[in-house]
Structures are given as structure tokens and as C-alpha cells.
Design a protein. Structure first.
Length: 328
């Protein structure tokens, strides 16, 4: 089962007014964060002096400078696809230390909250910037895994967890592609259930069960899927020698694999009295017992023949009529 990923919609780029607004917000955030770090200078210096530092100013300067340095280092690691999970928490730890020292310097509850809030603003703004940067890089490289809607987790938790597990195990980063593969997997399960009955899990060959669990292949045991597109309406040239049918052994039994021409002949006979609206892939798949891909190809071929106004007759009947004409 091969699933063609849908075209990437993508987020439209920011317009010039939006870029200006984002730049203004970034400058304001940097200014507020800098004010928070400066406001904590006295409290941290006083704490350093009480701890016996010969130069108390070194402690607040070292902490305040380390916070943006580690933030920039985290962004650069994300850009080079070498992200380290623990690096992003270093600014948080340093900020919590600064907040703790500022809270200790306050004499009342409101003073403690005010002293502790100002240094925290820098980390909040830096986390927002890091998140935006990481998402844009992940979207550009195709390595960011899209999230599943919360509503799907709420309404169908077991199946959603199984879908998320397969996305994680097999590195399916696109949610829409994962949904398409899941639909194909469910159709393959339905085919196996229809073919083998209620105990299809024990009767299906092991390799097909593994491929079905991986969501990589829709099992096909009775017919072959044509590699090319559906045949054109024009009549194919007569083959002087009949093609031998390929055979495959399944659990000690030999099954004959039908070619696409044989499937088309059978489909013509089955659907001869069907209306055009009744030519659907699902109905053809049930009537002729073929895979979903072959059903779609047969549907397209039959519709093309009907559009050309050609009578739907069996190939064997056509060959018999030609032989009778030659004999006459």
C-alpha cells in the first residue's frame, strides 16, 4: 500500500505589516526582559555579599548574561538539527535561582511577587521565540511531527493512541498522511476478514500480518496490481501466444493469480447490466473480489469504454467470433 502524501498547504508567510508588528513585539519583549534582569541586580548582589563574595556584582551579571547565552545556544542547536533537550532548561534553572533570590529580598507578599515576576519574563519570551523558531525549522526540514487534534483523543482514544504510536514508530510526520494510511489499513483488514472469515488473524500469512501491522502494505493474495495506469480504451493487439498464469503457494494450496485483462473480462460480464451510477470501486471490489487499487482501475476502464460507446462483451467471445469469421 503506497500512499501519496497530500500537497503541503503550509502557513502563508507574514506580510510586511505583520513582520513589523512581530519585530516591534520582539524588541518590546527584549526590553522587558532586560528590565527584569536589571531589577534583580540589587537583590542578587546583596545575597552574594552576604555569602562572602569579594565582588558581589559578578553573581548577578554572570547569571543574567548566561540566560540569553543559553537561549541563543538552544536556538542554534535547533537550527543545526543537533538539539539537546537539557539545554533549554538551563535558562529556566538560572531564572528560578534569580526569582528565588528576588523573592527572598521582598519584605511583603506583594513585594515578593513583584520581585519574582520581573526576571521570569525573560524566560517566558525566550521560550516563545524558541518555539516559533523550532516549529519553522521543523516544517522546513520535514522532521517536525504534526500533532493530533485533541478532539480526536477525546472521542476515540484507543484508535488515536494506536495511530499516534504508528506515527512515532515509523516516523510518519504528517497527520494527514497517517490518516490516509490508516484508512488503507482498515480496508486491507476488511479484505482479509471477507476472505478468511472471523479467524482471519490466524489464517492470514505471517508476512502479510506484519505488513498490515506496520501500515505499509494492503495484502493482495489473489490478484496482482498493475504497475502502470489503467489500460486505454483502445483494443489491445492480439497476443499470438497466451500468457502463462503465475501461481503462488499459500499454506500448501496453489492459487492462480489473475492478470488485469482477465479481471477486466470478468468485470465486463458482471457489470454488463449495471447503470453508470452503479459503477463504483467498492461494488466492483465486492463483486469481482479484487483489491481496492484494482477495483479503481477496473472502474476507470469500464467507464472509459462506456464513454466511447463500445459494447461490453467478453474478450473470449470476441476471439470466438473472429475465428468463426475466418472459418467462413
Amino acid at each position: 500500500m503506497t500512499t501519496t502524501p497530500p500537497p503541503a498547504s503550509g502557513v502563508p508567510p507574514l506580510t510586511k505589516p505583520e513582520m513589523g508588528l512581530a519585530g516591534t513585539g520582539a524588541l518590546a519583549a527584549a526590553a522587558v526582559g532586560a528590565l527584569g534582569l536589571i531589577s534583580s541586580f540589587d537583590a542578587v548582589s546583596a545575597a552574594a555579599a552576604s555569602w562572602g563574595f569579594h565582588s558581589p556584582w559578578m553573581l548577578p551579571v554572570g547569571i543574567d548574561v548566561s540566560i540569553p547565552v543559553f537561549t541563543v545556544a538552544n536556538l542554534l542547536l535547533i537550527r543545526m538539527d543537533m538539539a539537546l533537550a537539557w539545554v533549554r532548561f538551563v535558562p529556566w534553572v538560572l531564572t528560578l535561582i534569580t526569582c528565588g533570590l528576588n523573592i527572598a529580598a521582598g519584605h511583603s507578599l506583594s513585594a515578593k511577587v513583584a520581585h519574582g515576576t520581573m526576571p521570569l519574563l525573560w524566560v517566558v519570551f525566550s521560550e516563545i521565540g524558541a518555539h516559533v523558531y523550532a516549529v519553522r525549522i521543523g516544517a522546513a526540514t520535514g522532521r517536525r511531527m504534526e500533532k493530533i487534534r485533541f478532539s480526536r483523543w477525546l472521542f476515540a482514544f484507543p484508535s488515536t493512541f494506536a495511530l499516534w504510536r504508528r506515527m512515532t514508530l515509523w516516523e510518519v510526520t504528517s497527520y494527514s498522511v497517517a490518516l490516509a494510511r490508516e484508512k488503507e489499513r482498515q480496508l486491507a483488514r476488511a479484505d482479509l476478514r471477507e476472505r478468511y472469515g472471523r479467524k482471519w488473524r490466524s489464517k492470514t500469512p505471517r508476512r502479510e500480518r506484519v505488513m498490515l501491522r506496520m501500515g505499509d502494505l494492503a495484502p493482495v493474495t489473489e490478484e496482482t496490481t498493475p504497475a502502470a495506469s489503467p489500460p486505454k480504451p483502445s483494443a489491445p493487439a492480439a497476443d499470438p501466444k497466451p500468457r502463462p498464469r503465475r501461481q503462488t503457494a499459500t499454506k500448501g494450496k496453489t492459487k492462480t493469480q489473475r492478470t488485469f485483462e482477465e479481471l477486466l473480462t470478468e468485470a465486463r460480464t458482471v457489470t454488463a447490466e449495471w447503470k453508470d451510477a452503479e459503477l463504483t470501486a467498492d461494488r466492483i471490489r465486492t463483486a469481482v473480489h479484487v483489491s481496492q487499487a484494482n477495483a479503481r482501475n477496473l472502474r476507470d476502464a469500464l467507464k472509459s469504454e462506456r464513454a466511447d460507446g463500445r459494447p461490453l462483451h467478453s474478450v473470449d467471445d470476441a476471439e470466438g467470433e473472429e475465428s468463426e469469421a475466418e472459418a467462413a
